[in-house]
Ligand binder design. Structure first.
Ligand SMILES: Nc1ncnc2c1ncn2[C@@H]1O[C@H](COP(=O)(O)OP(=O)(O)O)[C@@H](O)[C@H]1O
Ligand SMILES: [Mg+2]
Length: 400
């Protein structure tokens, strides 16, 4: 086993994730930062644009926190006549938690490893990963369900037409006066038609069964803070945005209580944010931020206030042609796009009696905005009067 392999084994035996970067000399700050960023990414701790909030990589020898690893490394250092310098710093893990990352300089690389995280950090990280997995899983299964029912609906139409045409042709044949010597050929035709009709009906039954198995899901109705939900979405997507170097800005000053299905609404926000990111990816030039803006829109006489969430990007924008095909299932401008995200988003929002729409930005401002509006709900009893405090000038019934 080479030294890097040996070091990995030591770190693994100590229950640490580790990584070796090819850095040949004692690195300067910038190299170290870059190496830490890449290693953190490989260790799935943080995005590529890793935040290094503590440039104090100061813990040389003294104060080395992982004594066991240090001790294990000593013979290797000695054998290779290396100074054995080491240090540590912090990188931002998903969700903004700071995680310490330790490094050791060797002749042929920089060993990076994490110390065993304190239990609460580990738990938070675990919860975050589990939430992300759950969302991705549900998103996949909802997409598949939605796709299956859309496909079933689309395929059902031509199958019905085929069956009708075949029946019509059969009826026509039955009325044909055919000379005796053509009767055998007619019988062949009838047989062929019957086979075709049987097959069409069989396909129709299969499609019908798919539709039975994918009933449209009704949303739960629980009191939710849209701001908290959107913040969670930002954290779920943080590494994707960071990987593309697109910052997310949140302008969500107040709690925003609505009634709805957390998972469905989360999927809507995640889908729209992902579209915004993908649009920015296609846009030339420096990557502008994606903005999440939450505002309360007062309802007119007797109509509840609305909470409006805007997802604003500065991406490739929408041509008129793209705009007309936005909500058409399976229409995508992306090589690997499914073209059903927006359709799912709109049906989820409409299941909440809400609205989803978009606006194209006027030039020279590139990109577009997608908007969701949902009825505002009263603050929950556990947060008495918070809505009124947040929006003192809005006396609408929903704020009471
Ligand atoms: N923020 C956006 N900016 C520009 N185009 C967008 C944006 N969101 C959606 N689109 C367009 O709408 C199409 C459909 O989006 P969607 O239903 O989410 O499917 P997909 O993302 O799989 O293509 C996309 O392929 C893209 O052309
Ligand atoms: Mg999409």
């Amino acid at each position: 086993m080479d030294l890097a392999g040996g070091l990995r084994a030591v770190a693994a035996a100590l229950g640490m994730r580790s990584d070796v970067c090819p850095v040949n000399t004692e690195p300067d700050n910038a190299t170290l930062l870059a190496a830490l960023g890449q290693a953190a990414l490989r260790l799935r701790m943080a995005p590529a644009g890793v935040v290094w909030r503590t440039p104090a990589w100061v813990e040389r020898h003294a104060g080395w926190p992982d004594a066991a690893l240090h001790a294990a490394l000593q013979p290797a250092w000695q054998a290779r006549g290396e100074p054995g310098s080491a240090g540590s710093g912090s990188v931002a893990a998903p969700g903004g938690t700071m995680v310490a990352l330790h490094w050791v300089v060797l002749a042929d690389g920089l060993l990076l490893h994490e110390p065993a995280p304190p239990p609460d950090t580990a738990l938070a990280l675990q919860r975050h990963l589990r939430d992300r997995e759950r969302l991705l899983f549900t998103s996949r299964s909802v997409s598949v369900g939605e796709m299956a029912s859309t496909l079933a609906h689309e395929i059902n139409q031509p199958i019905g037409t085929i069956a009708n045409v075949l029946r019509g042709v059969g009826a026509r044949l039955a009325r044909l006066a055919v000379p005796a010597h053509e009767q055998a050929a007619l019988e062949d035709l009838r047989h062929g038609l019957k086979l075709a009709l049987d097959q069409a009906q069989f396909a129709g039954r299969i499609v019908g069964r798919i539709r039975e198995y994918t009933p449209s899901r009704q949303p739960r109705r629980e009191r939710l803070d849209l701001r908290a939900l959107a913040t969670e979405c930002v954290s779920l997507l943080d590494w994707e945005f960071a990987r593309d170097g697109v910052p997310v800005q949140a302008d969500m000053p107040h709690e925003a209580w609505v009634e709805g299905d957390a998972l469905m609404l989360q999927q809507v926000i995640v889908n729209l944010m992902r579209n915004a990111l993908e649009a920015q990816r296609e846009a030339p030039g420096p990557k502008a931020r994606v903005l999440l803006r939450l505002q309360r829109v007062p309802g007119l006489a007797g109509v509840p206030d609305e909470l409006q969430l805007d997802i604003v990007d500065h991406g490739c924008g929408l041509t008129e042609d793209a705009e007309s095909r936005l909500f058409v299932p399976f229409e995508s401008s992306k090589p690997d796009g499914m073209g059903i995200g927006l359709k799912i988003c709109r049906s989820f929002v409409e299941l909440h009696q809400g609205r989803l729409w978009f606006t194209r930005h006027a030039p020279p401002d590139a990109g577009c905005s997608f908007h969701i509006a949902l009825h505002a709900a009263p603050s929950p009893p556990s947060a008495p009067g918070r809505a009124e405090r947040a929006e003192p000038r809005e006396p609408g019934p929903a704020a009471a």
